[in-house]
Design a protein around this ligand. Structure first.
Ligand code: AKB
Length: 342
């Protein structure tokens, strides 16, 4: 019986996937907010390959560099300006909204009023916008949406969430608001809780940033001073997996989703374990440890993230493990340093 049920579910999933891809023959018009943060530029590149260059609009309040400006449509969008957002959605016939604008965990603690405005007021604007114009809306959440009362190893999809950072509080707020709008108004709200995302682009004020900064410092100076203790275990994933997760989840038919918010991850490691893998590439590299305020944040977060519900419902399956990650980062950061000097 269980086997039959499984086979039926698999057949349903295959059919729905095929349907979902076919129904995307007219590609969606997508707006990405907070486009110049860690994920925006890579996400736009990835989605433009899938849906066409003109169908993915990157936006932010910052002037882009030439490379970004030449890569595809880029516009000014202030997530605190509701009318401005309405105009963009109408003028560009937007159908999907990917809302990246947010202050991350460490930087949010340094300016709480700004984090409240960007992360909470900004969320109010985009969710109302999505409701008014019937957009599919994706909002990333995070391991930071959990806190010291949550089980840390593993942290399941549904459990206690009492974060101690304004970033975490704003993300729990976003998750709950999105679920509420889904149940009350039928809004197509989708949310993934990401672990630390590792890419060769410079990080943006998070607690997991060490896992990016370490590559830049080691390749430039042969030394890294880590702000977390050597045994601080945190869930992580390479940006390629993060974008695959986002895109697969955005395309998944509503019928197969049992939740609006899913945990996703690829691996968990400590600074010490990461350094050990890197020594293979830079044998004389040195790491020292000087924990700062970010240690307390990391100590309240999941160590191992349970993403079995995403694996079950929409077949989430990460591709990049720790060995691949170190190999990719070593290569890409070297290339970046050679071409930009940073
Ligand atoms: C942060 O460290 O704040 C982010 C996150 C895990 O959400 N990278």
């Amino acid at each position: 019986m269980a086997l039959l049920q499984k086979l039926f579910q698999k057949a349903l999933l295959t059919n729905l996937r095929a349907y979902s891809v076919n129904s995307l023959q007219k590609p969606p018009k997508i707006l990405i907010t907070g486009g110049l943060g860690q994920l925006g530029v890579e996400c736009a590149k990835f989605l433009r390959q899938k849906y066409g260059q003109q169908n993915v609009i990157l936006s932010d309040i910052i002037q882009p560099n030439l490379e970004v400006a030449n890569d595809g449509p880029y516009i000014f969008a202030d997530i605190l300006d509701f009318k401005g957002l309405q105009k963009i959605v109408v003028d560009h016939r937007i159908e999907w909204l990917i809302h990246f604008s947010a202050l991350l965990s460490a930087i949010g603690e340094q300016n709480v009023p700004l984090a409240v405005r960007v992360n909470i007021e900004g969320m109010h604007n985009v969710i109302e916008l999505a409701k008014q114009y019937k957009l599919r809306i994706f909002v990333p959440s995070t391991i930071g949406a959990f806190g010291p009362d949550s089980p840390r190893n593993p942290t399941p999809n549904i459990t206690v969430q009492r974060p101690r950072t304004i970033y975490g509080v704003s993300k729990v707020h976003a998750e709950l608001l999105g679920e509420y709008y889904y149940h009350k108004f039928g809004l197509d709200f989708r949310c993934l809780r990401f672990p630390g995302v590792i890419s060769s682009d410079p990080p943006g004020g998070g607690t997991t940033d060490y896992a990016i900064a370490i590559f830049h410092d080691v390749l430039r100076k042969g030394h890294y001073q880590c702000y977390l203790k050597p045994d601080t275990r945190l869930p992580m994933m390479h940006v390629r997996d993060a974008l695959n997760a986002l895109s697969e989840f955005l395309e998944a038919p509503n019928e197969i989703l049992n939740r609006r918010c899913y945990n996703v991850t690829a691996m968990s490691f400590t600074p010490e374990e990461l350094a050990e893998k890197m020594i293979k590439y830079v044998p004389d590299f040195k790491i020292t440890y000087m924990p700062d305020a970010r240690q307390e944040i990391a100590d309240s977060w999941p160590q191992v993230f349970d993403d079995s519900e995403a694996r079950r419902d929409w077949k989430w399956n990460p591709q990049v493990d720790l060995d691949n990650l170190v190999e990719i980062m070593m290569r890409e950061v070297k290339e970046k340093i050679a071409s930009n000097g940073f």
